[in-house]
Ligand binder design. Sequence first.
Ligand code: SAM
Length: 275
Amino acid sequence: MIDTNILGLGDAEFLLSQLPEKSVHLIFTSPPYFNARPECCQYDDYMSYLKKMQNVILCCRRVLSEGRYFILNSSPVIIPRSKRNRSSKRLGIPFDLHQIIVDAGFDFIDDVIWVKPEGAGCGRGRDFARYRTPLHYKTVPITEYVMVYRKHTDKLLDWNIRNHPNQEAVMRSKIDGDYEKTNVWKIPPATKSYHPAPFPLALAERIIRYYSIENDVVLDPFAGSGTTGTAAALWNRKFILIEKKEEYFHQMRRDFRLIAHPIQFLSTESGGDDE
Ligand SMILES: C[S@@+](CC[C@H](N)C(=O)[O-])C[C@H]1O[C@@H](n2cnc3c(N)ncnc32)[C@H](O)[C@@H]1O
């Protein structure tokens, strides 16, 4: 059983293999959007990206407890045109990852559409706006997907709740008052981060409150600026955050010193130390 927060510096596939089986209660993550953010990572081609995601997803399955949730935020990305006379290409990342996740042993539960305010989109659709000719039409995307999966089990959710070792924590975790009833969630994007692609804290908080119980261990294997960890700490859950880029890891380490302890550190080089 894991009883501290953990910050891991290194490759998710490697560090996840160091964690005990079934030691995590919720996974919420936003993997790299293929090569959309070259400052984060670069893959040789889309197939190597999908293969890497498959390896990490299989590791996630191993560390997740029976019947608990694996939740992934992603969206299609555009590969810019290589020449003026070539079309750009759009990759349906969430749709390609879906089958990989199901084949890895997860049941599909929900597709939440995260809607950002108009104006948050990119400059897509400019040709249509100018010429108004049919066939030129393209939307300006202001949505991302938050895909919800449950680790396969024959047991009902009631089994997870009834067998939880701390029934007081279950009672304390109840969601009082208003809550989101549909699969369309309107949340402004994150602003002000040193990271190029953070998701909003409000999104992470909602996921953690709806899909985990107090004291649970919440994992984000592609942690970036650690938004999942911040939300976990705010709602009395423990976190495991893995990030391979040193700059983001060290910034998280500084940030979390103020809001969460104890923290154990893991890295590809060492067995880990505490703070
Ligand atoms: C989309 S960002 C996540 C942003 C995060 N949700 C936040 O709120 O800041 C994906 C992150 O995964 C990291 N990453 C990419 N490949 C990785 C790998 N193999 N292992 C661990 N982290 C990786 C990137 O450096 C990047 O920071």
